[in-house]
Design a protein around this ligand. Structure first.
Ligand SMILES: O=C(O)C1=C[C@@H](OP(=O)(O)O)[C@@H](O)[C@H](O)C1
Ligand SMILES: C=C(OP(=O)(O)O)C(=O)O
Length: 464
């Protein structure tokens, strides 16, 4: 058992600092043409739900027990920040954690800057959490996170009454935010489809008197709304326009500890899933995959492409739809992926581009502007990686068009730019290519899917 607050916490694996990636030597790897993948695996817990379970545990009165928590670096950094803000965070065993909360108004000023490593979700949600508290905190991250836009969160938070004490150019990290207990509840329409921005405003709304309303023109993942309800807040979600939602949170709720069972992450499942589709002879089962409709855009798209994905046992667990997925090698065909589907598959475009490389004809992915502000500029990184592997493609404005076929040469080294999803996507591509694919650095895979390499090898993937 390890308490993150204890003086010895720094010595435990679960609490080891994530800082340092991108500064030390890179770890290259090569994925080679593999025989059919076989087996039954459960990918680690959902990253979005894991961050939120810790944060709501911090805000709740009582002890929240979390099972299936993703022990990836992004989430471990959030756990450490919750501890630094006053919660008692304890790892009981693999994936099982307890958070003794401080109550919805009880955060305290941390002694040192909060380091979120590579994680946009961690840093943006925690800025929202701090905004309505009597707390001043400094937020920082690695070189990738320092490049990412934070103004999208700072704009609504400062309009509510939080103050930016200092920030790097353009409102980037490192920055210090001074929260306020007199935060004004607001009505905010998010200018871009972003669950992180929506969640930051709602988390700030916990500390504000009155109703905080967030309007989104396109619905994004709703884990924050579900968890607010699960922890006892008064929250209302209504449709808004054709694809959007209006979310109303009554401020200063008394949040009560509640158990959270984290389902398997559909964004991680995407990698073995696409690998099984493109490697001839494959037949695998992915268990307990979260099937929240705001996360299943990739499955919808792959089914349209002709993928053999059988939803074996769909059920509700811990308030989320989950299912086992049987996936078999399939001949795929190119399709149009409409822009309105982007929020439901935003992190899956790199690996969809890999599936598209093996599909007959053109797959057109439309409306990908948000991909430019992820851990890397994913539109550019995917295009460069496809070029390095000899795959015909075109970037037209914010659209990516990939022309696929039955065989792919492969190659590399693909530049991964501190981006876990670029690294995993191109390793998957290598498994079905003639000559394999090498990537320049696999270190960042540990941010979201620390068991990726052993799990893929257990299915029969050749990666060295
Ligand atoms: O809220 C979340 O947990 C996430 C929201 C998405 O980011 P945006 O809010 O920037 O779209 C997604 O890309 C990220 O991996 C996780
Ligand atoms: C975009 C991602 O994460 P984050 O924004 O939390 O860094 C991701 O995991 O693909």
């Amino acid at each position: 058992m390890t308490a993150l607050n204890s003086p010895s916490a720094g010595a435990s694996a679960a609490a080891s600092p994530a800082a340092g990636h991108g500064e030390g030597p890179a770890t290259p790897a090569t994925a080679r043409r593999s025989g059919g993948l076989e087996g039954r695996v459960r990918v680690p817990g959902d990253k979005s739900v894991s961050h939120r379970a810790l944060i709501f545990g911090m805000f709740a009165e009582g002890v929240t027990r979390i099972t299936g928590l993703l022990e990836g670096e992004d989430v471990l950094n959030t756990a450490k920040s919750c501890a630094a803000l006053g919660a008692k965070v304890t790892r009981l065993s693999e994936g099982t954690w307890e958070v003794e909360g401080v109550g919805a108004r009880g955060l305290s000023t941390p002694a040192a800057p909060l380091d979120f490593g590579n994680s946009g979700t961690g840093v943006r949600l925690m800025m929202g959490a701090v905004a309505g508290q009597n707390v001043t905190a400094t937020f920082d991250g690695d070189a990738s996170l320092r490049r990412r836009p934070m103004k999208r969160v700072l704009d609504p938070l400062t309009a509510m009454g939080a103050q930016v004490a200092s920030a790097a150019e353009g409102g980037r990290l490192p920055l210090s935010l001074k929260g306020s207990t007199a935060l004004k509840a607001t009505t905010y329409e998010t200018p871009m489809p972003s669950a992180q921005v929506k969640s930051a405003v709602l988390l700030a709304g916990i500390g504000a008197a009155g109703e905080t309303v967030v309007i989104e023109r396109e619905a994004t993942r709703d884990h924050t709304e579900r968890m607010l309800e699960h922890f006892g807040a008064d929250i209302r979600v209504e449709p808004h326009g054709a694809h959007g939602r209006r979310i109303t949170l009554k401020g200063r709720p008394a949040l009560k500890a509640a158990p959270v069972d984290v389902p398997a992450d559909p964004s991680s499942a995407a990698f073995p899933l696409v690998a099984a589709l493109i490697v001839p002879g494959s037949d695998i089962v992915l268990t307990d995959v979260m099937m929240n409709p705001l996360r299943t855009g990739l499955i919808t798209t792959l089914l349209e492409m002709g993928a053999s994905i059988e939803v074996v046992a769909e059920r509700t667990e811990g308030g989320e739809r989950v299912a086992d997925l049987r996936v078999r090698h399939s001949r795929l065909k190119g399709v149009e992926v409409p822009p309105e589907r982007a929020p439901a598959m935003i992190d899956e475009y790199p690996v969809l581009a890999v599936a598209a490389a093996f599909a007959d004809g053109v797959t057109a992915m439309r409306g990908l502007s948000e991909l430019r502000v992820k851990e890397s500029d994913r539109l550019a990184a995917v295009a460069d990686g496809l070029a390095a592997c000899g795959i015909a493609h075109e970037v037209k404005g914010d659209d990516l068009l990939v022309t696929g076929g039955a065989t792919v040469g492969g190659g590399g080294p693909v530049a991964t730019h501190m981006d876990h999803r670029i690294a995993m996507s191109f390793l998957v591509l290598g498994l079905a290519s003639e000559n394999g694919v090498s990537v320049d650095d696999v270190a960042f895979i540990a941010t979201s899917f620390p068991t990726f390499m052993p799990m893929m090898r257990a299915l029969g993937a050749v990666i060295d």
